[in-house]
Design a protein around this ligand. Structure first.
Ligand SMILES: [Zn+2]
Ligand SMILES: [Zn+2]
Length: 457
């Protein structure tokens, strides 16, 4: 049995691990590298294996850093079977269609720039809509949590709820008398909507484990909710609009859930008008409604009582661009959730343009913001930013709330590992420092593979 690391090695993005066993080649995830120029080149580079040789892909979840190169895999000759949970399949369709659309748009912009410079060649998109449609023909059996699937003769796989996003899984592969566990991304326990991560019982020979927050813990959930409700209430008193840059997948639904709870517990006014101004977040919310099998006990109980977990008395979904533009005329009292979460694109930029300069307005950041993004600039206290060619002085109040995270913190990662108690550990999906810190806390041999490194198990 051979295990190779073809992505997310000493870095967070581009998850891609290859297991060769019992005469088949199994890929666990085929994610996109994200973040600047080097990522563009890594994505276009060789996989480290031949796409046509892959028999199966086990997809842990629908985040782009795990599924984002699947259309490229298909384009380069992959004709095997993709196995994922039903929720992951639905979310991956949405995420990949959006990714292809963005890549095609970017390629067009590059081509225009190249033409202006008089160059004849412009970079082609990594893949297009047609490749996304094609890869959806490769989705085969649907994984149900904790139900064993005979993948191929002598190879069985079982998906366990990873509690990270809707449909997310850790995947156990059993072959040649060995049990190999791929963690996928491990969720943060106690969060709204989702169950806590499940770790399979019994001996594990090797684990391939994420280490995103291997060097720190998150702020606890209760004070995070207090801070969020306080920020909203304070903003109302001040009278302006509240803009929340929102990631479409998971965070948007988590915020709707949290605001509904806030209204029910009289911590937020019921008159709160909330606009979800993101076609992608609206579609993702519809997919959430379709998959109650992924909900935790609390959310199931709400459904049993006939309560809509994502329902607010004055919630508006604005899918049309015209409805979104109409929001620009609203000068106060509205909560506007719009993407992109890091403000590097999307409708949120229009809302920032109209609200950042208003002293009564607020901007609440509830997620990670990478260096170099507009969100990062504002969080870091920029007095002035430029948007659509205009200079805007930041007069709105800016809140940064750090406790919402879809990833387990250090303490939870260590506890997860203890439950799995593997004979051998391979750390992936983390920056160097985070990985080193976590490695120091785990018992047994811990490897931190480099790109393309292989191990015989
Ligand atoms: Zn993820
Ligand atoms: Zn990830």
């Amino acid at each position: 049995m051979k295990l190779s690391f073809d992505g997310a090695d000493r870095g967070v993005t581009g998850s891609c691990h290859l297991l060769e066993t019992a005469g088949v080649k199994i890929l666990v995830d085929c994610g996109l590298y994200q973040g600047g120029r080097p990522a563009v080149e890594e994505n276009a580079g060789d996989f480290g294996f031949f796409a046509r040789d892959i028999d199966f892909v086990l997809l842990t979840h629908a985040h782009l850093d795990h599924c984002g190169r699947l259309p490229l895999l298909e384009k380069r000759g992959f004709r095997g079977e993709i196995v994922a949970t039903a929720a992951t399949r639905d979310l991956a369709r949405l995420v990949l269609l959006d990714a292809a659309h963005l890549q095609e748009e970017e390629a067009r912009a590059h081509a225009r720039r190249a033409e202006r410079r008089g160059e004849t060649e412009a970079p082609a998109p990594l893949y297009g809509l047609i490749d996304v449609l094609n890869v959806f023909d490769r989705f085969g059996r649907v994984a149900v949590y904790e139900k064993r699937i005979e993948l191929a003769p002598g190879v069985a796989v079982t998906f366990f709820d990873a509690g990270h996003i809707l449909g997310s899984a850790s995947v156990l592969v059993e072959a040649e008398g060995k049990r190999i566990l791929f963690s996928g991304d491990i969720g943060n326990s106690g969060r709204a909507i989702l169950r806590d991560p499940v770790v399979p019982a019994g001996g594990i020979d090797a684990v391939v484990m994420e280490s995103t927050y291997g060097d720190r813990d998150h702020r606890a959930l209760a004070p995070t909710l207090d801070e969020f409700y306080e920020a909203l209430n304070e903003s109302f008193r001040r009278g302006g609009n509240v803009v929340i840059p929102t990631f479409a997948l998971e965070r948007a639904q988590e915020l709707l859930f949290t605001m509904r709870e806030g209204v029910e517990r009289n911590r937020l006014p019921a008159s709160l008008p909330v606009f979800l101004d993101s076609p992608m977040a609206i579609s993702a919310t519809e997919i959430f409604r379709k998959h109650p099998e992924c909900y935790d006990g609390e959310t199931e109980a709400l459904l049993a009582k006939g309560v809509d977990p994502f329902g607010l008395p004055r919630l508006h979904f604005t899918r049309d661009a015209s409805e979104s533009i109409a929001l620009n005329a609203v000068r106060g009292g509205a909560v506007i959730m719009a993407g992109a979460g890091m403000c590097n694109g999307g409708r949120v930029r229009h809302h920032l343009r109209h609200n950042l300069g208003r002293p009564g307005a607020s901007v609440i950041f509830v997620g990670f913001a990478a260096r170099g993004t507009l969100a990062r600039q504002i969080i870091d206290g920029a007095r002035k930013i430029s948007l659509f060619g205009d200079e805007i002085f930041v007069r709105a109040r800016v809140y940064t709330i750090n406790g919402f995270s879809a990833h387990a913190g250090q303490t939870e990662l260590v506890a997860w590992h203890k439950k799995a108690s593997p004979a051998r550990t391979f750390l992936v999906h983390g920056e160097e420092e985070a990985m080193a810190a976590l490695a120091g806390l785990l018992p047994g041999p811990v490897e931190r593979p480099e790109f393309s490194q292989s191990f015989v198990l």
